[in-house]
Design a protein around this ligand. Sequence first.
Ligand code: NAP
Length: 561
Amino acid sequence: MGDPGEMTNPKLKTKLWEYGNRRRTDGPYVDNLEVDALVVGGGFGGVFCFYSLRKAGLKTVIYEAGTDLGGTWRWNCYPGAMVDSEVPEYQLSIEETWKTYNWPSNYPTYKELRDYFDHCDNVLDIKSNTAFESVVTGAQFDAEEGRWHVKTADGRTAKAKYLVIAAGFAAKRYVPNWPGIDKFKGILHHSSFWPDEEIDVKNKKCAIIGTGASGVQITQAWGPVAGELKVFQRTPNLTVPMRLRPLTAEEQWAGKKWYKELFHLRESCFGGFLYTFSEKNTFEDSPEERERFFEKLWSDGGFRYWLGNYKDYLFDPKANRAVYDFWQKKQCERLKDQRDRDILTPVEPPHPWGVKRPCLEYRYLEQFNRPNVDVVNIKNNPIAEFNETGIKLQDGTQYDFDIICIATGFDVVTGGMTAMGLQNINGKTLEDEWKQAAVTYLGTTVPGYPNMFHLYGPQGPTRELFPLCEPKLYIQQTPPVMITIYIPSITVPYPKSDCHVVLSNGPTSVEIQGRWITDAIKHMENKGIKYINPTDSASKEWKKKINDLSDKSLFPTTKST
Ligand code: NAP
């Protein structure tokens, strides 16, 4: 992967390197760039690491594949795209950025998030040190020289002592291998490579395949305007109401005196938000108390019903069922048709509640009450092929469309890193090494890839938070020395490697990891250390620890994104 010679789908761009383009030849775009630290990715993680490393005195540059800052919010411009993490906790805690900025609503749209990143650039000066449309397609560490050698899709090279991968957990798009996809004559896009120009769905026959967060949000946007909309669902999304509301400037100015405490608080809550699990177990409360507690979480909205619920429900199947039953009762009331209820809000849970990320919505289920919107259950009757006019299911049913949106998500978590052409010190690619499973130390470093750090990625808080521990980083010296850096810690279960649940608020996680990375680099600079490389045994220990924690929970029961 990451090889520009790789076959592409002529109908559909799915590879990042297809977007590589040499915009300029000066500044961060120069050939043979030499820097102390190269950050790959210009979203929340990249901006935070760039800011911290530059502050620590390192010459730092960002390589960003997109056309501007914003990471996922540059790519995800599909209809209705918005964040389902709440403001104020969904932003950087850097004072210059929040003290002069107010948001229009508690769940900003992708356009509002782009404005926010422009504001961050205005106050922090990031873009002048960022090379856009710069897609990394190869990188290897030269141990003799103590430098990473990095290549981009347009043929440039760069050298850096430190390589920070902040490319996000969702940098590689997933399109199932449906036969005939290139035969379809209508408009076809993946939700995450959506074009900037608007696609008019009025009087058009439209399809959405997939009901993850993207499929849910596109359904909300298209339902009221499309001529006809069919939503192809494999697994119902156990969504919860977000309680979207406008925010006034006055309330935000008044709240700012608490922001420092809020940013501190979010790091001690399970999901990096401003609430955490109840101290009670589910059946410690009477049925009436439980109902009142569920009602309160439900009406307060957001992820509270997921990450502020009873502390045992992700471990105890009986407790989990109580949470599901309340969810089912609440959601089925919103649907008029019994067939829709059976498909979208079944009485029997498709999986334990909360082990897949329940997306937030504000009028999702109501779309299916419209005469032009329909759900197609493909659980036991999958898509067999695409053809010139549309989609055929396994049982032969044909659906014709003008526009198809593929909202099947990403090769989450490892995809961003394995598609980058990273090679270990012995020349083996990360893609080969991680075919079976990812191996990391602390979800931040990888054995064999010295001085490389990753954030919001495999075995990190992207989908699991750090267990309570004092991590040990092994420094490659003779004799080996060991330093201990404390990561603010939250005890939680870890899902198994095939079970990815994006459990934690992005900005919170990347700041915890970004501070750790900056501290490690500062330590190395102060001590004159050439490189660090986590040992295999430390990485195995880490993997065992997260699997042991995961096995205590209900997470491994379900295959997730
Ligand atoms: P996703 O969560 O991975 O959902 C993919 C959807 O496609 C699922 O419904 C999946 O069904 C379905 N699917 C996969 N393969 C299929 C096939 N062969 N046939 C039919 N359906 C298939 O993808 P996403 O919605 O793009 O979201 C990706 C990540 O980004 C998630 O973590 C999400 O939470 C995050 N995201 C966040 C926001 C936000 O607002 N913060 C917005 C968008 C996305 P199954 O469930 O049966 O596998």
